[in-house]
Design a protein around this ligand. Structure first.
Ligand SMILES: [Zn+2]
Length: 447
C-alpha cells in the first residue's frame, strides 16, 4: 500500500459538484486514489507540505498534436491562415520519423506537465518513415502523464483534390487495420487507466466520407472515443458547404460523429442549431483559444455552448500553431477571449479553471474518475505556490488565472510525483530539450 498526504494547503479548489473550496486542507491519497479530504489527516506514508499553495485538480488537455512541438514558429507559417499554414508545414513533417515523434512528444508533454496538466489527449494523424502511435505512448510513459492518444489519419492527398501531399496520406484499409492494432494493444478501459486510445481521422477535408463513417463504426465496436477537427474557420465552413452540400454539424451527425463518446476540436464556427445538436447529444468540444487567435480563426462561442450544456474542455492545440503548450495560460486565454467577445462578466476565472479541469475530464470520458479533488477520484493533483512575485498582493485563489503563477510547484499523477519542487522527479528534461534542439536544427538546415 502506498500512501501520500498533502498537508495544509492554503486552499483546495475541489471542482466537486458543490465547487467546494477548502481552506487549510489536507488530501490523503492511497494507491493512486483520493481517499480523504479535510483537516488534521495523518499518514504513515510521505507528506507534502502545501502551506502557501493553492491546490487544484490536475488540468486536462483535450487537443494537441505533440509531434508539432518540433516545429514551433516556423518561418513561412507564422502569419498564414489555416490552409496556407498547413501547406507550409506538410513538407517539413514528411521528414519526421520515430525519433522525431518520440522526442517531440516528450518535450510537449513535459511542457504541459510544468503548466499543471496531468492528463492529455494527442491527435497524431501522420505517420511518415515508420513512425507509429507507439512512439508517443512510450514518451508519455516516460514523462508520467495520463495519456489519451488518438490514432489520426489522412487519406485524401493532393492528387485526389485534398490538401496534404500524397506522401503523407495512407490507404484507408491500412488506417483501419492499424487503428484496430493500437486499440487492442494499448487501450485500457479501467478507471485507473493511464492510456486510453481514440480514433481520429484528421478532418473532414483530409479523409473520405467512408472513412469517417467506418471510424465511427469501429470506435463503437471497440468502445473507444472519436475525435476530429470541426468548423475551425470560415474556409472550413465554405469547404463543407461546397464539397458536402451541408454545414459541418450536419456532416458530423450524418456520419455518426455526435454523442458523448465524441469530441471535436475548435468548433469556432458552430451556429445555434449546431450548438443545440451538440448539447442534445452531449458531444464534446475542445476549445483552443490561443491557436484560434494565432491562426485568426475567430472566437468560439464558448459562453453559448456552456449555457446550452455542451461539454467543453481546453486544448493547447499543436505547438506549431500556438506555439506554446502552457495549459494554465490557455485557461487564462479562454477567459480573456470570451470577455473580448461578450464583456467582462462573460467568463470568470473560476469558470475557466473549471473548464480546464472538470470540463476536460468530462470531454475525455473521464468525468467520474478525474478532474475533481474528491473521494474516490484518481489522485491527479496540481500544487501551485502562491508565495512568489506573481501572486504577491492577492488573497483570492482566482488570482491563479488572473495573475499567476504559470508553473506548478508539484504535480501528482495517479498518486505519483511527476514534478517535485519545480523539477521533474523521474524524467531528464535537459536531455530531452537538447535532443529536440538537435533534431530541430537538422530540420531547419534542410528547409
Ligand atoms: Zn488541431
Amino acid at each position: 500500500m502506498s500512501e501520500l498526504l498533502i498537508k495544509n494547503a492554503r486552499i483546495a479548489l475541489t471542482m466537486d459538484d458543490a465547487r467546494s473550496e477548502l481552506k487549510g486542507a489536507d488530501i490523503l491519497i492511497r494507491n493512486g486514489e483520493i481517499v480523504d479530504l479535510g483537516q488534521g489527516l495523518i499518514t504513515k506514508g510521505r507528506t507534502i507540505n502545501a502551506e502557501g499553495c493553492v491546490v487544484t485538480p490536475g488540468l486536462v488537455n483535450t487537443h494537441h498534436h505533440l509531434y508539432q512541438t518540433l516545429t514551433r514558429a516556423v518561418p513561412g507559417g507564422q502569419d498564414a491562415l489555416l490552409f496556407g499554414w498547413l501547406q507550409t508545414l506538410y513538407p517539413i513533417w514528411s521528414r519526421f520519423g520515430p525519433e522525431e515523434m518520440f522526442t517531440s512528444a516528450q518535450v510537449g508533454l513535459a511542457e504541459l506537465a510544468l503548466s499543471g496538466c496531468t492528463m492529455t489527449s494527442d491527435h497524431l494523424y501522420l505517420f511518415p518513415n515508420g513512425s507509429t502511435l507507439d512512439d508517443t505512448i512510450a514518451a508519455a510513459a516516460e514523462v508520467g502523464l495520463r495519456f489519451h492518444p488518438t490514432r489520426g489519419a489522412m487519406s485524401i492527398g493532393e492528387s485526389d483534390g485534398g490538401l496534404p501531399p500524397d506522401t503523407l496520406v495512407e490507404a484507408e484499409y491500412a488506417i483501419l487495420e492499424d487503428s484496430i492494432r493500437v486499440v487492442d494493444r494499448f487501450h485500457d478501459p479501467r478507471p485507473e487507466a493511464m492510456v486510453r486510445v481514440g480514433l481520429a481521422p484528421c478532418s473532414p477535408f483530409s479523409v473520405s466520407r467512408e472513412l469517417m463513417r467506418d471510424a465511427a463504426l469501429l470506435a463503437r465496436d471497440k468502445g473507444v472515443m472519436l475525435h476530429t477537427h470541426l468548423a475551425e474557420n470560415d474556409e472550413d465552413i465554405a469547404y463543407s458547404l461546397e464539397k458536402f452540400g451541408c454545414r459541418p454539424g450536419q456532416y458530423a451527425e450524418d456520419l455518426g460523429w455526435v454523442g458523448d463518446d465524441v469530441w471535436h476540436a475548435h468548433c469556432v464556427k458552430l451556429d445555434g442549431a449546431e450548438i443545440d445538436l451538440f448539447a442534445r447529444t452531449r458531444t464534446g468540444v475542445a476549445h483552443c483559444p490561443c491557436s484560434n487567435c494565432r491562426l485568426g480563426s475567430g472566437i468560439a462561442p464558448v459562453r453559448a455552448m456552456r449555457d446550452a450544456g455542451v461539454p467543453v474542455g481546453l486544448g493547447v492545440d499543436g505547438s506549431a500553431s500556438n506555439d506554446a503548450g502552457n495549459l494554465i495560460g490557455e485557461a487564462r486565454q479562454a477567459m480573456l477571449l470570451q470577455r473580448v467577445a461578450r464583456g467582462a462578466d462573460a467568463m470568470s476565472a473560476r469558470e475557466a479553471l473549471e473548464i480546464a479541469t472538470r470540463g476536460g475530464a468530462q470531454v475525455l470520458g473521464r468525468g467520474s474518475e478525474c478532474g475533481q479533488l474528491r473521494k474516490g477520484y484518481r489522485a491527479d493533483i496540481a500544487i501551485w505556490d502562491v508565495t512568489g512575485v506573481e501572486s504577491a498582493g492577492s488573497w483570492d485563489p482566482a488570482a491563479l488565472l488572473l495573475a499567476g503563477p504559470t508553473r506548478v510547484r508539484d504535480l501528482i499523477v495517479e498518486g505519483r510525483d511527476v514534478i517535485r519542487d519545480g523539477q521533474f522527479a523521474n524524467f531528464d528534461l535537459a536531455a530531452a530539450v537538447a535532443k529536440q534542439n538537435r533534431l530541430a536544427q537538422k530540420l531547419a538546415e534542410r528547409s
